[in-house]
Design a protein around this ligand. Structure first.
Ligand code: NI
Length: 138
């Protein structure tokens, strides 16, 4: 038995035209797929607002590896938060700069806290956290 339910949505024509244009550019096969993704994204964002939310975070850090003790401090932070850190990737960008992507899992509040700690270390030039919620549904 299908678990799908059809719904009808009324939209004004200019809004629908803009939407169709956007989903064409993004490469969606049809409106349904695009709308499903938008709903999932909205649900994920709403879930992240809960103080008890669990999630996955990707911390992007660009830093100068000549900065004294920075690499060591980053490693130390990861070792003291082993339950949160599930993977990390290091890329040597150029002579001075490194990119590190650290994937964290756990309570969203703790992820944000750890990401802030990393981003605020002296020598980190760019720190960015991308969060997504974890649900059973998708
Ligand atoms: Ni490097």
């Amino acid at each position: 038995m299908s678990n799908l339910e059809r719904v009808g949505v009324s939209l004004d024509k200019p809004l629908l035209a803009e939407f169709d244009k956007m989903i064409r550019v993004k490469g969606y096969a049809n409106r349904s797929e695009a709308i499903r993704d938008l709903i999932r994204m909205a649900l994920s964002e709403a879930a992240l607002e809960s103080p008890r939310a669990q999630g996955i975070g990707g911390v992007f850090l660009v830093y100068d590896h000549h900065a004294s003790k920075l690499a060591e401090q980053l490693i130390q932070l990861q070792h003291t938060h082993l339950l949160q850190v599930i993977a990390s990737v290091h890329v040597h960008l150029d002579h001075h700069h490194c990119l590190e992507v650290i994937i964290l899992k756990g309570a969203v509040q703790e992820i944000r806290h750890l990401a802030d700690k990393m981003a605020s270390l002296k020598g980190v030039k760019l720190g960015k956290l991308t969060l997504t919620s974890v649900t059973n549904e998708h």
